[in-house]
Structure formats: C-alpha cells, structure tokens
Design a protein around this ligand. Structure first.
Ligand code: SF4
Length: 675
C-alpha cells in the first residue's frame, strides 16, 4: 500500500476515525494544496451516515495547531518549567536508549514504566513494537484500568465477552434502557437508531444522575445517586425472581448461579433501593414492570456506572438482567455494551510472552511515583496518554512527575499538560498521517485508517519510533516490523481470515453476522461451558463484599456532595483539550446552590481532603440534588487554579477489575466570589 501521491489542489480522501469512541466513523477529508481544509462523515456507510462529531470535524486544528509538537526536544530548564532545546531524532533516541540501559543496569528493568491509554483505539498505536520493546527490556507492566476495567471484568466473568446488540438492531426493541451512558455526547451515531425505535413505539428508560438530552425525552427517568446503580439493578432482579417474572426454563438451560444471584438480590426491596439510590419508589417499580413485560427489551450498559466502588457488581447485575428476565433470542433483545471483542482478534503479531515483571495499576500512578513499594520508577515513557490530568489523585501524580530524578519521555502529538513535565519530547503523527485500524466497539465494523497527508513537522508514528528504539537498544529481532506500514502488514496477517484480506482489498472487513448478531441465536457465551455465569466465582472472590455486595456511599458531613466527571462534547477523554476554550464550570443543582448562597456564574471552591479546584458555578436542574458535575478531559488551563476534578478523586479501586473510582469523589463547595 503506497502512500498517496502529493494531493492536487483540491481532493477528497476517505479514511476512518480510530479515536476512543464507539462509532469508528468513515471520514471524508478535503485537501487543498496538500493541506486538510475539512473533515466530515462519509455518506457511504450505514453508521456514519454523512456526519461526525464536532470534535473530529475540527481535528485539523490539532494537526496544524500552535500546540503541535514538531520536532524532538530535550528539557533545558527546571523540571516542569516547560523550556526545551531542539534535538534531532538520532540524538533523542540515542539518549533515551542510553538512559534505559543505564537505569536497567542500576535499578533493573522494572524501574522503567510505560504509560499509555486510549489516545487512539487503533491496533497499531499500542501493543505492537512498543510492547515488544517494554517486554524485552523487562519494564514494569501497566494495568490499563482507567476505563472499562470493571465493566470488562463483569462482561468477561458472566458471558466471556459475548458479542452484543449492535446499533442497527435498536429499532427492533420495544424497550430501550440507557444505563449510565449518554450517546448524545459519546457514540452520537446511536441516537438516530434510538429515535427510529421511538418512532416505532419503543419505550425509553434512562438511568443517569444527570438529566441528559435523552433523559429529558425518556418515558421513565431514574436520577440515580452516583454509586448506587447496583441496588436498583438488584431490586429489579428481586422483582423478577419473587414476582414470577424470571424465565426459569432459560435459566436452567443457559445459566448457572441463578440461586446465588437471587439470594444476593433478596434484601433489595423497592423501598430499600429507593432509599439508597434516591430514586422514587414508584419510578423503580414502573421501570421493573416495564422491563418484565417488554419484548424485545434491550439494556445498554454504559461506562458511567462503573466508576465507583460498586461499579463492577453494578455492571454484572445489569448484564444479568436479560438472562433472568428471558430477554435473549430475539433481534433487538438482550444487552448492548462494548463490542470490541466481536472479531476474536488475538494479538498474534506480539510474539514475545509477557514477562513476569511487576504489574502496576495505572490508577495508582501518583502513589507509585511518590511512594514506591519496591523498585523506584526512574523512567516514565508516556504515549497515547496525558496522565497529568487523567489519573486519580492529581496532586500526587503531579508531585511524582515533578521528581528531578525521574526521566520522563512524552511522545505525543501536542504539548499536553504531561509534556510540561517531560525531560524528552518526541513528536507523534496523528491518525491522518499514519496507517491504523478503526475498529468500532458500539456497532461491529472495522476499517483501515490511512495517511491522508504527509507527516507534519518531524513527527513519526508509534510503531516506527519503537522499532527504531528496539534497534538502538540491540533488542530487535529480524521478524520485527521496521515501521508503521510493515506493522500494518503484520497486524493484517495476524487477523482471523477473511478480515485481513478484506481490509487489504477494500479498506473494510465484512463483520461477523453482518454486524447484527442476535444473542443466543447467533452468538453464545464464550465461557468454558457456554453458560451465563450469573455468580462467577472469581468475581465473587475479587469484590470486597463479594459479587453484588453493596458498599455504602463514602459521603461525610464535611464532604456531602458527590462529584462526577462525565464525558463532554469537546474532548475525547483529554484528547483535543488544547482546542477547548478556557474555563469549565461546575454544575450545581439549584437547591444545593441556594443552601450555599451560590448564584449562577459565582466563583466557587470545590474541595475535600485531597485538594481543591476553583471554577465558576453553573446553577442548573440538569444535575440531581446532592451531586455536582465537572466535565471529564479538562486540562489544567481550564480551571482557575490549574487543577481538574481528578485532584479530588481518590485512587481507591472499584470492586472488580481494579477500575478507577472517578465518581467516588465526595466534596464540599463554597462560594469564593461574585459572578
Ligand atoms: S470521535 Fe466518534 S463520532 Fe467523532 S468522528 Fe470519531 S468515531 Fe465519529
């Protein structure tokens, strides 16, 4: 696959979006004189339908923006002062290789920690030559748990990550439940399918602490207190089991552990669930009734509900609902969540086995950098990630990054908040400048992303740079790919057939079951005995109070408000934060604002024992009483004191999967100035 020739004055090129979003859109990029002037959705594909989000419509402002990294650079001032001296790639990579070898000789390979997560979801930007390098040098292993770990653990434990209902089948449902997910912001291409279902008469239920645009349209809305989704789901199970709505023939044939789940659900009456969750008892009852009676009924399990101490059990209880209620076996019925595993792709191109080195949960990055248990971390290699703003306990992370004895490499597209703490900066290509794959995890689609412009500045792709480093370290193998194109070939060769061949031929692969699998007709649990494990033992062992055990709210009299940080329509996690206009606001319910004398636009201080954040307040009934909200993905420049909501987030872990507890921050808010 040759790179495209220099573009004529005006042309259109198709590629695909590999960013961390469920939709993986097909893109139509307009070029003028070899520069991108417009990015839009291709009308040719059923999911994208000719439109994309505003974030990627403006992505060329990142590509050519003033924050773009254009060449390697070495720090030449105080740590975090942000002053650098230009370096050549040779100088930069030689120096990094030398420091790696030095650190390994003095402290062992585990003193090196790669930090990466989700800057792209493509198969090439992560876990190709980068993993070869860090495995061969014996670096500490990073557990990528900042997102989707509890839901992933629950899905794996109950169903072995069975493929789930895709967007195209939503219109078949008569009941759609959106639980902890806001497609109006993330995964926007689901919305037309929900609207189509509504037109055909489907009922919509939304469970969310915020009155999102879809929640405003819902027939039943449950403004659940953060961290209590579990008890609502258990109350539904209790109703199904105890009121004669459980599908016992399905349970006997296809599941195990139903009795244990029933036992754990038994205490959760509607009354008790209402008291704990803050949702009116009539609303929970109406939801349970609807769910019991509707066919096909579809539950979309999102990621908002997992970011707390009960998140894994909540996801498991939600995913168990269609099994207990007998909702499988029809188009549009069952559950819908990440479809990332639908293609059965094993990373066979990664031949090196994982070494038995120390595993570090990325949610503990601040802890590990400031108070190591064992070998200290002496080198951080950061790519596809901006940990200065995305990890819990931000103050501790920043203290760790500021360590003079820590050599930090930041390999990124733009000058992020983490780049400020770098010792060495390396410029990375964007997905418009390199090859990659775009595999959706909402619908079931896979396409190739191809370079539509030459690399900007001296930027290089991830596979290319890590392959180069392998050679400089004397760790390369003749079978290693040399650059991104060769890496792409190895990835395509390693895919189950016919996907690799199809991607080579026509840039997209035909999905299994036409991308519309019916659960328990086309696809079945990928567990050892193909049964749903409603009470998976390993999950029960892992959760502090056992599977489905509810851990109470961590609020105190001093810090009574739950702080949540939902995704926004401006950034993809923190990606594109450099383009977001300054000053985010804290959403506060009018009653909570009045109790504190806060008016719309007032300057406020949000604080707890971990730190404080200063922003302006937006007084709005769109957030439930007792909960305040600040957007996810905020950079330091967006608040008055340079700290984000993560400065208030504990680095405690969810009950399953070691996931982050972003929504377990409990805070107080006080007014500091007039609007
Ligand atoms: S971020 Fe999502 S909606 Fe936006 S272009 Fe990429 S896949 Fe499409």
């Amino acid at each position: 696959m040759p790179r495209p020739a220099v573009a004529p004055p005006e042309s259109h090129v198709e590629t695909a979006c590999p960013l961390d979003c469920p939709d993986a859109c097909t893109l139509n990029v307009t070029l003028r004189g070899g520069r991108i002037t417009r990015i839009d959705g291709s009308p040719k594909t059923e999911i994208t339908r000719g439109y994309i989000c505003a974030k990627v419509r403006g992505f060329h402002h990142r590509v050519y923006g003033e924050d773009r990294l254009l060449f390697p650079a070495l720090r030449n001032g105080a740590k975090s002062a942000g002053t650098f001296r230009r370096y050549s790639w040779d100088e930069a990579l030689d120096l990094i290789a030398e420091r790696m070898l030095q650190i390994r000789a003095e402290y062992g390979g585990e003193a090196i920690l790669p930090v990466s997560y989700g800057g792209s979801n493509g198969l090439l930007t992560q876990d190709t030559t980068d993993a070869m390098l860090f495995r061969r040098i014996g670096a500490s292993r990073l557990l990528r748990t900042v997102c989707a770990a509890p839901t992933g653990a629950a899905n794996l434990g109950l169903y072995g990550k069975m493929a789930s209902v895709s967007y195209e089948d939503y219109p078949e449902a008569r009941l759609i439940v959106l639980w902890g997910v806001n497609p109006g912001t993330s995964g926007i291409h689901l919305v037309p399918f929900i609207k189509e279902a509504r037109k055909r008469g489907a009922t919509l239920v939304v469970v969310d602490p915020r009155l999102t645009s879809l929640a405003r349209q819902a027939d039943v809305y449950l403004p659940v207190r953060p961290g209590t989704d579990l008890v609502v789901a258990l109350a539904l199970h209790r109703y199904l089991f105890e009121e004669g709505h459980a599908d016992w023939s399905f349970l006997q044939e296809h599941t195990e552990g139903a009795d244990a789940l029933r036992e754990r659900a038994r205490p959760w009456t509607f009354e008790r669930a209402a008291e704990v969750s803050g949702v009116a008892i009539e609303t929970i009852r109406a939801f349970a009734n609807l769910y019991a009676k509707s066919v096909p009924a579809l539950v979309k399990c999102g990621w908002g509900l997992e970011r707390n101490r009960n998140g894994g059990s909540a996801a498991a209880a939600i995913l168990a609902l269609p099994a207990v209620g007998g909702k499988f076996g029809v188009r549009g019925g069952g559950y819908s969540m990440s479809n990332s595993a639908s293609w059965n792709i094993e990373r066979t191109w990664l031949r090196d086995p994982e070494p038995p080195t120390r595993a570090i949960n990325m949610n503990h990055l601040g802890r590990v950098l400031t108070d190591p248990d064992g070998t200290p971390i002496k080198m951080l290699f950061v790519y596809n990630c901006n940990p200065a703003v995305t990890m819990p306990d931000q103050n501790r992370v920043l203290r760790g990054l500021a360590r003079e004895d820590l050599f930090t490499v930041v390999f990124d597209q733009v000058f992020t908040d983490t780049a400020q703490y770098a010792d060495m900066l390396l410029p990375a290509t964007t997905f418009l400048e390199h090859y990659d794959t775009a595999k959706s995890y909402g619908p079931v689609t896979m396409q190739l992303a191809r370079p539509v412009i030459d690399q900007v500045g001296e930027s290089r792709s991830n596979p290319d740079v890590f392959a180069d480093l392998l050679r400089r370290l004397g760790l390369s193998d003749p079978a290693d790919p040399a650059d991104d194109l060769e890496t792409m070939m190895q990835v395509l060769d390693g895919m189950p057939e016919p996907y690799g061949a199809e991607l080579r031929e026509r840039w997209s692969a035909h999905p299994p079951y036409n991308g519309r699998p019916i659960q328990f007709v086309d696809v079945f649990p990928r567990t050892a005995n193909s049964k749903v494990r409603l009470f998976a033992e390993e999950l029960d062992r892992q959760a502090p109070l056992g599977l489905y055990g509810f851990q109470p709210d961590p609020a105190t009299a001093a810090f009574p408000l739950a702080l949540i940080s939902p995704a926004s329509d401006r950034t993809i996690s923190s990606t594109l934060g450099e383009l977001r206009r300054p000053a985010v606001r804290l959403d506060v319910h009018p009653d909570d604002a009045a109790a504190r004398g806060i008016e719309d636009g007032d300057a406020v201080r949000i604080f707890n024992e971990l730190g404080e954040v200063r922003v302006a307040a937006r007084v709005t009934p769109l957030v439930r009483r007792g909960t305040v909200a600040m957007p996810k993905g905020v950079w330091r420049r967006h608040t008055a004191n340079g700290l984000t909501s993560n400065a208030l987030v504990p680095d405690s872990l969810a009950d399953l999967g070691g996931g982050a507890c972003f929504n377990d921050a409990r805070v107080q808010v006080e007014k500091t100035g007039k609007s």
